[in-house]
Design a protein around this ligand. Structure first.
Ligand SMILES: Nc1nc2c(ncn2[C@@H]2O[C@H](COP(=O)(O)OP(=O)(O)OP(=O)(O)O)[C@@H](O)[C@H]2O)c(=O)[nH]1
Ligand SMILES: [Mg+2]
Length: 464
């Protein structure tokens, strides 16, 4: 619905929206952007000092009545967020006041901003390329500091710079390839076959580096789900509590203590990790509550990216471990499985070798929730799975749109490489390189059809 609105009114309208979260707060900021924004705001703003400044204290007024005390900041185009004249009105964060002020702005010539329209304008006015603009949304929704830093790197143009560098090297290569096509008999070697191959390999390597960032980037933005699965009394709830550092779940020596799933989200080395404690799985169930609980455990296992499959190492394996193995081997084929031998503070009756045969484990750890041994290692193993090896590393965000386009680029460059290697195929190489350049430009928002732009910005919230 908003798509048409955006395109129809985009350039000429002055738009207004609440840019801070809705609800009661100390301060709320209403943004107004567009050619008429200064005039419109001045119709409802009365300065207390009468002195013209960029930031002025005063009152929002409706006729002769004061609506709120305010601080209005006037930013002149083009050095503003949107590239247009922009006013930020700081109000007291009361929804009644906010609505009143928005209605006054609408009455005086502004219209309600569509989702993402401020950032859309920033993009259209060349303040941000598309990758930078998209990252604004990621920055706002990031759930950990590492994820926010990665999004900020994109907002600051670091991802775009890498994409531009690959694009520029391909444009140079294309120029040489086209020149040698146009003047084939010329003696001057514009660029040797070796140099061409080197340039192609370099572009491929740089592009691959960005592609390789995809998994970690998804983990940082979307987070991971880890389900703790095991038989009753293996120590699942104790493990959840140890990881959280608080007594979130009830722990007793009675088998079948946990009857429901318990979810908590933590920052695991920068990844938003949702850990799910589950009801123990066993061959029999005491009652219908336990049957329902076990169904939930299986559901949690099915949805998890990571299974923390926990064993009581102070006991021999029994048929309960076997039915869990049977279920996980049939139903959870794609999960990353960490085998945890818990209660390693007690004399052990089983070891890694005994559990290895039960399933496709990706890692094994000896843990004691009692002493805390192995808890850090579980976190490190999960971080490693996501691709995080060092907490101080800086990351960039590669979303699924970029991933699809970068994959296309990689394939195009590969085909160009094959063409260059077969010597007489420079024309094909040119064609493939041009395709790669187009895909890289699409990431940056160059020549992107409006319907795609509308879809991208339509996912933003109003006020962004
Ligand atoms: N010695 C020792 N005891 C542990 C350890 N971890 C858990 N326990 C004990 O094992 C018993 C069961 O622990 P829980 O965490 O409730 O086990 P659970 O897997 O959640 O059990 P259910 O909820 O019944 O499925 C409790 O008495 C815990 O104190 C450990 O590392 N060492
Ligand atoms: Mg439990």
């Amino acid at each position: 619905m908003y798509n048409h609105i955006i395109m129809k009114y985009l350039s000429e309208d002055t738009i207004a929206a609440l840019s801070t979260a809705a609800g009661q707060a100390a301060i709320a900021v209403v943004r107004v952007s567009g050619a008429q924004s200064f005039e419109i705001v001045r119709k409802i703003f009365c300065s207390s000092s009468g002195v013209e400044k960029q930031v002025m204290h005063g009152y929002i007024v409706d006729g002769g009545n004061k609506v709120d005390e305010t601080l209005c900041a006037f930013f002149k185009a083009p050095t503003t967020y949107t590239g247009e004249n922009l006013v930020e009105i700081s109000l007291h964060g009361n929804p009644v006041i906010i609505n009143k002020v928005l209605n006054l702005l609408y009455k005086n010539g502004a219209r309600a901003a569509a989702p993402g329209e401020f950032t859309y304008r920033a993009f259209l006015n060349g303040k941000k390329d598309l990758a930078e603009a998209e990252a604004v949304c990621a920055l706002i929704t990031s759930k950990t500091e590492t994820a926010a830093r990665a999004a900020l790197n994109n907002v600051a143009g670091e991802f775009s710079a890498k994409v531009t560098k690959i694009k520029d090297s391909l444009i140079t290569l294309l120029a040489y390839l086209e020149a040698s096509l146009d003047y084939p008999e010329d003696d001057i070697p514009f660029m040797s076959a070796k140099q061409k191959k080197e340039m192609i390999s370099l572009a491929m390597a740089e592009n691959k580096k960005l592609l390789d960032t995809y998994k970690i980037s998804q983990c940082l933005q979307k987070g991971l789900k880890a389900a703790i699965i095991g038989k009753p009394n293996a120590g699942k709830s104790s493990l959840l509590n140890s990881i959280l550092g608080k007594n979130r779940a009830i722990v007793t020596e009675i088998a079948g203590t946990t009857t429901d799933t318990i979810e908590e989200t933590i920052d695991c080395r920068g990844i938003p990790l949702t850990i799910i404690d589950t009801a123990g799985l066993r061959t029999r169930a005491e009652n219908s509550i336990e049957i329902l609980g076990q169904e939930r455990s299986k559901e949690a296992a099915n949805k998890a990216d990571i299974l923390v499959w926990i064993f009581d190492s102070s006991e021999s394996l029994d048929k309960n471990d076997l039915i869990i193995a049977q279920y996980l081997n049939e139903s959870c084929l794609n999960a990353y499985i960490i085998g945890v031998l818990n209660k390693c503070d007690l004399p052990s009756k089983i070891n890694e070798k005994d559990i290895k045969i039960l399933g496709k484990f990706n890692a094994f750890l000896n843990v004691s929730t009692k002493s805390g041994k192995g808890i850090n290692e579980i976190m490190n193993t999960i971080a490693n799975y996501a691709g995080i090896s060092d907490l101080n590393n800086e990351y960039l965000l590669v979303n699924s749109r970029y991933f699809a386009l970068l994959t296309e680029v990689q394939n195009d460059i590969l085909k160009a490489q094959q063409a260059v290697e077969s010597k007489s195929e420079d024309e094909i190489a040119c064609f493939e390189i041009k395709n790669a350049i187009t895909a890289l430009e699409e990431i940056l928002g160059i020549n992107v059809p409006h319907d795609i732009l509308d879809t991208i910005f339509g996912t933003f919230c109003i006020g962004k």
